[in-house]
Design a protein around this ligand. Structure first.
Ligand code: DX5
Ligand code: ZN
Length: 221
């Protein structure tokens, strides 16, 4: 790991009836970023929330808003997610026909551009867009739901991505099944940004969110 470790709690595991408060609490507890999982019931078999919800929680935290779009198509909605207050916008390589164009559009909106890869998608698909992206998100579960089991084979993929990016300033983010047990496997392989939903939003209080994130940090130290 070269960049400082970033922990990005996924609000998918928060209590949606008080989302603003949850975002405030997890920020106070020491979250580095807030991870926002947008699902359309088409690219993934689940539906979550859209730009209106993101803009309504935006005033509750000054942390980086990291929007993970699991929607197809994505291009028609990029501007709405930028306006809603996203700092990073990540699209799935499998959900856009013109990945280079989608990345240019995100950067054109003044945002950091990320690409996510499903577990079955090889990292070679990113070879020709490496200079157009700020973050690679390696899915360590099949996208759509929180609380799934970490897919071990993705540790090797993380290692390969790390090698592929060389000295480019690209973050490597891991999403799915991150716990104090799995986190060090991927940080040792080169990941610097960890999404965690169920492992962070356990306990339902600022103190437990802090303890949950500390446990992940400690495991990776
Ligand atoms: C899954 C989402 C994840 C999810 C992670 O499609 O992209 O961000 O919330 O949840 P956990 O950490 O519980 O696996
Ligand atoms: Zn996610």
């Amino acid at each position: 790991m070269t960049n400082p470790l970033v922990i990005a709690p996924s609000v998918l595991a928060a209590d949606f009836s008080k989302l603003g408060q949850e975002v405030k609490d997890v920020s106070k507890a020491g979250a580095d970023w807030i991870h926002l999982d947008v699902m359309d019931g088409h690219f993934v078999p689940n539906i979550s929330f859209g730009p209106a919800v993101i803009s309504s929680i935006r005033p509750h935290s000054d942390k980086i808003f990291d929007t993970h779009l699991m929607i197809e198509p994505c291009d028609p909605y990029l501007e709405a997610f930028a306006k809603a207050g996203s700092d990073y916008i990540t699209v799935h390589a499998e959900a856009t026909k013109h990945l280079h164009r989608s990345l240019q559009a995100i950067r054109g909106l003044g945002k950091k551009a990320g690409v996510s890869l499903n577990p079955s998608t090889p990292e070679s698909t990113l070879e020709y867009v490496l200079d157009s992206l700020d973050m690679i998100l390696i899915m360590t579960v099949n996208p759509g739901f929180g609380g799934q089991k970490f897919i071990e084979g993705m540790v090797e993929k993380t290692r390969r991505v790390k090698q592929m990016i060389g000295d480019r300033p690209i973050r490597i983010q891991i999403d799915g099944g991150i716990t104090p047990e799995t986190a060090p496997l991927v940080t040792n392989a080169g990941a610097d940004t960890l999404v965690a939903g169920s492992a962070v939003f356990k306990g339902g209080s600022v103190d437990s969110y802090r303890a949950n994130m500390d446990a992940i940090r400690k495991a990776c130290a």
